[in-house]
Design a protein around this ligand. Structure first.
Ligand code: DHB
Ligand code: FE
Length: 281
């Protein structure tokens, strides 16, 4: 059976892609952010996952407001990036793993998750930037299965439901008849609000409590309903649901979940940026 070997979570912001493209990672504005990643990159060089399942939210590239699935799973051989209008370079295509995609889809539907299956799927900065941050050199060395969770248009899935989805994904990975090593990636958060009266809102105390909860009490954030999460984290901060899905997936793996590394830095653009890595020992 496949081995679920760990989980990673990071914020995503289009400007990160611009900074990588310009090679300005060591400038004072960017250094405290980018310095978080080498320990995780080095850990990944040893741990070497073959495939990553990426929980992220599409921002209008693949799904627009006219058609918005709550949960969508990629089932393509290849995922293309495209111009999102942020002025960031378009990255080369990412290779999928269709066997894992269909295994996940079958498992999720059999366990009452009514997912949308996507045999074509454009992937935006939320899917591509974490891969670039974790594997900065050359083409992405891992295969990818993207899972979109709607945090863009109400109604959003509850934290409880997202946790259940993540748990089911973890169970499915553990039952996948394959000798692949699989990692789960979360892309989004932490607290930020891009528009409205509270534009620029950041909640450091909540972010840090949330990060701690993922180590010792991963279901902690499921006590909050969606409006409470928006209040505490901002309208875009609800992207932290991806972190919850990732951590829930690890909770169903056999093995001890151990924190490998973390970083937290405020702000990049409008966002409180977080990074966490967990291994399953
Ligand atoms: C920003 C943050 C996001 O999560 C995003 O998707 C786009 C922009 C920002 O802080 O600029
Ligand atoms: Fe976002």
């Amino acid at each position: 059976m496949a081995k679920l070997m760990g989980g990673l979570a990071t914020s995503h912001i289009p400007a990160i892609g611009g900074a990588i493209h310009k090679g300005i990672q060591q400038e004072p504005y960017w250094k405290p952010f980018f310095d978080g990643y080498p320990p995780v990159q080095n850990w990944l060089k040893n741990a070497k996952p073959d495939v990553v399942v990426v929980f992220y939210n599409d921002h209008g590239l693949n799904f627009f407001l006219d058609k918005m699935p709550t949960f969508a799973v990629g089932a393509a051989a290849q995922y293309n990036n495209a111009d999102e209008g942020w002025g960031i370079p378009t990255l080369p295509p990412f290779q999928g793993n269709m066997a894992l995609s269909w295994h996940l889809i079958n498992h999720l539907v059999a366990h009452d998750f009514d997912v949308t299956t996507c045999q074509e799927m454009l992937v935006d900065h939320a899917c591509t930037l974490p891969l670039k941050l974790f594997w900065p050199e050359g083409p992405c060395p891992v295969q990818v299965v993207p899972i979109c969770i709607n945090t863009v248009q109400f109604p959003l899935p509850s934290a409880k439901r997202v946790y259940a989805l993540g748990k089911a994904v973890g169970e499915a990975i553990a039952q996948w008849p394959s000798d692949h090593k699989v990692a789960v990636v979360a892309s989004g958060g932490l607290s930020h609000q891009l528009d409205g009266e509270r534009a620029g809102f950041i909640n450091k105390a909540f972010d840090l409590e949330f990060m701690d909860s993922l180590v010792s009490n991963p279901e902690w954030a499921t006590q909050f309903n969606t409006l409470e999460l928006v209040e505490k984290t901002g309208t875009q901060g609800v992207e932290l649901l991806m972190w919850l899905a990732m951590r829930a997936a690890l909770s169903s793996a056999s093995g001890r979940v151990r924190e490998v590394h973390r970083n937290y830095h405020i702000p990049i653009s409008n966002t409180a940026t977080g990074l966490m890595a967990f291994s399953v020992d």
